[in-house]
Design a protein around this ligand. Structure first.
Ligand SMILES: Cc1cc2nc3c(=O)[nH]c(=O)nc-3n(C[C@H](O)[C@H](O)[C@H](O)COP(=O)(O)OP(=O)(O)OC[C@H]3O[C@@H](n4cnc5c(N)ncnc54)[C@H](O)[C@@H]3O)c2cc1C
Length: 247
């Protein structure tokens, strides 16, 4: 049984027709950057909850989620309709293994996301730990249209703070956009383009890869990395890949 806390919306941001973020206040227990909480609304007398990654870092006062509206989905369209002052429910703890505690030592950290899967990576990048642990950090964000490349201000500020240590690589699959790769993440790994843009090689000796978003990307990247002798990381069997599937 989930123990629910009430949260109050402080800020709603609409990024595109279908992409939204909500900032809200709630007394959530301590969590680790990269984890998710269950968010719920009472719909027709039933509490309907789904997991959402927290975009905020643990030290930040407001909680934040970033999500897309799934047409016909029970929860996401209703979350998108919330306004400041409205309330939602959230689980009193956050969970998940998309956290740096679960990442073994490596020189380079590759964070590869589709769509809203960038959320947990932003939470991690807002903390000090990745910047002290990894020589280089690559954030690859794959979207269909350039308008979906959200959180650019935050990413720019990470760049300003961490300069050569950080490489942001947008991938836009349905438009040609200057400065962005026009390929899916698996294809960009296969072609060598992602590494060329990052300026570092993606190898079993140097890299740990975190993947978040849709299952097709995660399956295809995992297969692609297997060709480089990279495999999933497990506590009992150290590896190179950590994943979280949203759908
Ligand atoms: C660990 C975890 C963390 C998650 N974190 C986030 C997050 O931070 N942001 C976010 O947007 N979503 C996230 N999700 C997905 C989220 O929990 C919901 O499934 C989604 O918001 C749709 O909710 P819904 O109730 O409207 O529809 P659902 O009943 O949940 O889903 C309806 C259908 O849409 C598919 N679907 C689910 N999510 C998506 C999506 N994003 N795009 C396209 N199709 C989808 C489902 O597979 C299902 O077939 C996460 C899922 C998991 C398992």
């Amino acid at each position: 049984m989930t123990d629910w806390l009430q949260g109050t919306i402080i800020e709603r941001r609409q990024w595109t027709d279908d992409l939204f973020s909500l900032r809200f206040e709630a007394p959530l227990a301590e969590f680790k950057a990269g984890q998710f909480a269950r968010i719920a609304l009472d719909i027709d007398g039933e509490r309907v909850g789904r997991p959402y990654s927290l975009v905020n870092a643990p030290h930040e006062p407001l909680l934040e989620i970033y999500f897309n509206v799934v047409k016909g989905g029970p929860l996401s369209p209703r979350l998108a309709a919330l306004e400041p002052g409205d309330t939602l429910w959230l689980s009193n703890t956050a969970n998940g293994f998309m956290i740096l505690d679960e990442v073994p030592e490596a020189r380079h950290l590759w964070l590869l996301a589709t769509g809203t899967g960038i959320g947990p990576f932003l939470s991690i990048l807002k903390t000090d730990e990745p910047w002290t642990r990894f020589e280089r950090i690559v954030l690859g964000h794959s979207v269909q249209h350039a308008s979906e490349l959200a959180y650019r201000e935050l990413i720019d500020s990470l760049h300003a703070a961490h300069d050569d240590q950080f490489q942001y690589l947008p991938l836009v699959t349905r438009e040609t956009v200057p400065g962005a790769l026009n390929q899916r993440i698996p294809a960009s790994i296969a072609s060598g383009e992602l590494e060329a843009q990052a300026g570092i090689a993606l190898t079993a000796e140097t890299a740990h890869v975190m993947l978040c978003g849709n299952s097709a990307m995660i399956t295809d990247v995992t297969e692609e990395l297997a060709k480089r002798e990279m495999h999933r990381h497990r506590r009992r069997e150290p590896g190179h890949i950590t994943t979280e599937k949203y759908h």
